[in-house]
Each structure stands twice: as C-alpha cells, then as structure tokens.
Design a protein. Sequence first.
Length: 154
Amino acid sequence: MGVTGFSAEIVTSVPADKMFKACVFDMHILAPKLMPEVVKSASFIGDGGVGSFNEYHFTDVISYDHVKERIEALDKNNFVCKYSLAEGGNLGTKLKSSSYQVKFTPSGNGSVAKVDVHMETIEGVEYSAEEINKEKEGLVATYKAVESHLLANP
C-alpha cells in the first residue's frame, strides 16, 4: 500500500469566514446549483459538528456514483475542517483511506484556502501524476465556483 496526495492554495476575494461557511456547511446546497454538470444531488446528515456527513451523487462526468464525507475535526474560530472519505468514490477499489484538511486564512480583503489531501492506496495501486492533477483541478474549480457565487450573491 502506498501513500500519495497533494496540497493546493486557492486565493479568493471572499473573506475567510464566508468561504468556510459555504465550503463546509453549505456545500450540499451549493454544489448541485453551481456545478449541475457534475453534482446531481447532495445532502447533509447530522448537526454540523464532528461526525456529520456530506453526501454527493454525481453525473456520468465522474467515474464513480457518489461520495460520503465525514467531518473528523472542526475549528470554527480558525476556519479549519478535517474530513475523511467514509463511503464511495475510489474507496475500496483504489483507496484504503482518504483524508482532507482545509484551512481558510484571512488575506487582505479575501482569504487563502489551503487544502491538504492524503490518500492511502490499496496495495499495488498507484495514482499517476495525471490522476492527481485531475483531482487537484477539480478541487480548485469547486472552490472558485463557490467564490464566484459568493461574490455575485453577497
């Protein structure tokens, strides 16, 4: 089994608190509206704290049907959320586990999102640079779509 992943820094023109709320607590509402070609439907399960889940169902654009992500740690004061892949995606076929951390830091009139993705692959499975880049591009595009929405709807 191997370990891989990536980091991304996404500069936005939206304050950290608003990006954090949208990306952590409102993504199940925003994703199907902002990216209907990718996200068919989404739901939030829980009270919004640790142990809550975001579940996304995808169109045929994505190679898998759905993902269910569990919030593992939450720091609302410092705009940090850690979550893991609980179900779906490449879990069980390519991945043994996958975890993510996002931190929004105020910067000027906006913020910087720092995202760290850690993937533990199943023995014998390796992600190519192209696959990792595709994951990273999708993540950045999602955050940029949220930023555009928040700027257009303050």
